[in-house]
Each structure stands twice: as C-alpha cells, then as structure tokens.
Write a protein that binds this ligand. Structure first.
Ligand code: ADQ
Length: 456
C-alpha cells in the first residue's frame, strides 16, 4: 500500500501521558491506518541556513521535521499566516494587515518545505497537506516535478470573494490551491465560497457538473469533509478522569451550582469578550440565576507578545473584573477566568461536569470543543451546548441551543433556555447529536479524505 505523507506547519509527535489535539488526532488516525510520514516544522528556528531534516519513529509512523530560518519564520508565521491570512479567513478585515516582505517570506518557506519534502518522497506516496500556512506548497511541489496525488485540507473557514480580494496576492493563493488534486473544506458554505472565487472573471475558472474545478490549466476536486472527533476516546477519558483530584475540587467548590464552561485558545475569533458580556446579560435579565450558576472560562494564551493578542487578554481581564465586581457575593463569584492550559484528560472530565458548554466563536471552521463537550456528557443526564451559528459545528449539531454570538440578549436567552431545559428534552437532543458525531468521527473523516486522494 502507498504511504501517506501528512504535512502541516507543526508536527505533534505523541508524548507519553499527553493526548493530541484536533488536527493531530486526525493526522495520527490517518497515519496509523496505513503507516506513513508526518512532515513539518520542528518548532526551532536558526539564524543561519537551516540544516537537514531530522527523523524519529514511533510504531509505523515516521516524524520528519525541519528547522526554519528565524527571519523567514517571522514573516511567514507571525506575519503573513497570522496577521494577513488568519483574520481574512475569519472574515475579520479589521485585524488584517499586509506586507509584501511577509508574503515573500511565506512563499520562501513554502518552497523550502517543498525542497526538503522532495528528498523524503517515494513515487507512489500520497501527500496530504494541512491548513493555511501551506497554501502554496502543492504548487512548489509540482514545480519540483512531483506528479503523485496531493491533497489539501483547510481547517478554518474560506471567505467569500469580497473578503478574499482584500488580500493583494489573492490570485496567487487561488493558483496555489489549484495545484492540489483534492481540496477539502469543513462546510458546504466554505466550498461554495471557494467555487465562487474560482469562477470570477479575473480568475476564469469553471465548476463542472461532477464538482471538479477547471482553472489555471488544471482540473481538480473540491469537496466538503467536516472534521470529527474520536468519540469513544473522549467518552473514555472523561469517565476515567471523573475522580481526578482537581475535578473533585472543582465540583466541591460549586456547592451544587450549575457549571457553565468555555474552553478555547485565547484568540479573537473565539468571541470571548462578547461571551463574557452575554453571561453578564444573563445575570441582568434573569436575576433568579444569580448565585445559581458559575461560568468557568479556560483560555490559555496563544501567540503571546503579539499586540492584538495581548490586548484581548487585557480586555478579558477587565470584563471578568467588571462582571465579578458587579454581581459577586461573599460566597459566590460568577466568573472564574483561567488563563492557562490543562491536560486533555482533565479537560474532558471537566466538560462532563458542566451543565452548559458555552461555545460562541464569532467565526470558526468547525470547533472541536463543541463536539468534545457533547461526547463527554453523561447520556443519562447530559448538559447542553449553547453554540454559535457562525461555526462549522453548528451545521452538524443542530440540536444544540443555537445563538448569534454578537447578540448579547440572544446569548443570555439561550443560556436561560439551556439551564431550564427538562431532562427528557436534554436526553433526546443529546442522543441525536451523539449519533451524528459517531457517524462522522475522526476516523471516518480521515478515511474519506484519503480515499478521495487515492482516487484522484
Ligand atoms: P482551533 O482553532 O485550535 O482549531 P478547536 O477546533 O476548538 O479550535 O480545537 C482546539 C483543540 O484544542 C480541541 O481539541 C481542544 O480540546 C483543545 N484545547 C482547547 N483549549 C484548550 C486548553 N485550554 N487546554 C488544552 N487543550 C485545549 C482549528 C480550527 C477549528 C477546527 C480545528 C480542527 O480553527 O475551527 O475545528 O482546527 O479542524
């Protein structure tokens, strides 16, 4: 059988006692099924020209990593990936900045990935590239003479043309994507935005009846592959850790109050400050909930030192302080805001304890936390997700309480509805959501994508 070569910005080799997050679980599941290589950045930068690839093995998976030049890394990752692409792909043009030098570094790093990857490849390998850091890797590989199937999966949303064309080099991004044989998106909406971009007069592509797109002298398949989770593993981990000392401390400290939980990377796309304000509106509009609920938000910092992210952090600290100052009692603090990460084991067990999973990104490709929350629940007495309509997960979790994250009163009403929901209704909604998660779990996701790639 041909090997699978997964490529992503970072490689997450499994560490003892640590479980992997979303992308990593998906990639590892695909690699376990047929063996292969995970190729990507080591996490190290060097002032000089980076040396050769380094390789390690775990079972039938080989991890191959490269270092990156410090200056190139800054332009490629902090610059173009995080300050140009990330905001644009999340429809947040207000955060968007662009510098030609950063785009040049992005192109150089994509070419460097290709040069190093070519040395690792065998003729019948299948190549699966992940996410927006590597839009142009496929094209660089083609230019190096690589002929075998190359697939690309975008974990984040794809914007419509009016947003995409804010990016001065958008035609090059589309040209880069056209070099792949299979391009996968999280939702139908992302796919149709992508198709619409390709058929713009200035791009000149066509979408054929079989769904393939013909453009830039190539014909390739673009399709929807919503990412799932390892449902069984989530449930097992949540149950196994329900007696964890920290979980018992948490439940003990609630004194019988209902727990509302949020778990996110600290990122502006996750809508955290609006979420805090939605919770504040719950306490304003429904005084009977005061003293009855505790909202625990776990949000470890990411991209520290980047100004925008430091500002979000300050904004959240201020909002949490305001709300607690306004409503707290001697024996009750409405918001507990924890600015740090926790192990996956502990997180799943904490999710299980929460009566509400509050997941209100203002834009999100999928959002795995929403799915993990549902999977981790006790089916006999399940909690309810209160979920943003603006994330991919809302397309599958239709039985969640759906809210628009910009509508404070709507979020408050959604919270109230979920808090008051009778057991029968919670059970029925939970069973419906769980069956969807089981049908399209992480293994089904990776298998479907690899099959599409194999038949490309
Ligand atoms: P992310 O933006 O990182 O992923 P998400 O889908 O929620 O968002 O995945 C985060 C993962 O990290 C989850 O597995 C979660 O349990 C874990 N995690 C979050 N906070 C944590 C914490 N405090 N401590 C430990 N673990 C934590 C991107 C896209 C998403 C898309 C995924 C997968 O932005 O839209 O769903 O990729 O495709």
């Amino acid at each position: 059988m041909s090997r699978l070569i997964a490529v992503s910005n970072r490689v997450a080799a499994p560490k003892a006692g640590k479980s992997a997050g979303g992308l990593a679980v998906g990639v590892l599941s695909a690699l376990h099924e047929q063996g292969g290589v995970w190729f990507g950045w080591s996490g190290r930068t060097t002032e000089s020209e980076p040396g050769d690839t380094k390789s390690s093995r775990s079972g039938d998976i080989e991890f191959v990593t490269i270092d990156l030049n410090t200056a190139d890394f800054d332009g490629y990752y902090n610059g173009f990936s995080n300050d140009s692409l990330w905001p644009l792909l999340h429809f947040m043009v207000g955060y968007f900045t662009f510098r030609r030098s950063q785009y040049a570094a992005y192109t150089r790093v994509n070419e460097f990935f290709a040069r190093r990857l070519v040395d690792v490849l065998q003729p019948d390998d299948l190549i699966w590239v992940h996410d927006y850091h590597l839009f142009q890797l496929g094209l660089s590989l083609r230019q190096s003479g690589i002929k075998q199937p190359i697939g690309f999966f975008l974990h984040v949303p794809f914007p419509n043309f009016d947003v995409l064309r804010v990016l001065p080099c958008y035609p090059q991004i589309l040209r880069g994507l056209a070099a792949y044989d299979v391009v996968g998106f999280q939702t139908e909406r992302d796919l149709s935005s992508f198709q619409d971009c390709m058929v713009q007069p200035e791009i000149g592509g066509a979408v054929h009846d079989d769904g393939t797109i013909e453009v830039f002298g190539r014909r390739f398949r673009a399709d929807v592959f919503p990412i799932g989770i390892d449902v069984a593993e989530c449930q097992r981990v949540a149950v196994e850790n329900s007696r964890h000392k920290q979980v018992e401390r948490l439940t003990g400290s609630l004194g019988g109050r209902k727990l509302i939980i949020g778990v996110d990377r600290l990122d502006y796309s996750k809508g955290l400050e609006l979420r805090f304000r939605g919770f504040e509106t719950l306490l304003e509009s429904y005084p009977s909930e005061r003293g009855e609920v505790v909202y625990l938000q776990i949000a470890p910092p990411t991209r520290t030192g980047v100004r925008t992210y430091d500002r979000i952090r300050q904004g959240l600290e201020t909002a949490a302080g305001n709300i607690n100052g306004r409503f707290a009692e001697m024996d009750w603090m409405p918001i507990r805001y924890l600015n740090r990460g926790y192990s996956r084991e502990l997180l799943m067990a904490i999710l299980r304890e929460a009566r509400i999973g509050l997941v209100t990104p203002i834009r999100d490709g999928m959002n795995l936390v929403a799915k993990e929350y549902v999977a981790s629940q006790n089916p006999k007495d399940p909690g309810m997700p209160v979920l943003s309509t603006l994330c991919g997960a809302a397309k599958e979790l239709k039985e969640a309480v759906l809210v628009n994250p910009y509508d404070r009163q709507g979020v408050a009403d959604g919270l109230q509805q979920a808090l008051a929901m009778p057991l029968n209704e919670r059970r029925a909604r939970h069973a419906a959501m769980l069956s969807i998660l089981e049908k399209n779990d992480i293994h089904a996701w990776s298998r479907r994508f690899v099959e599409a790639l194999r038949s490309a």
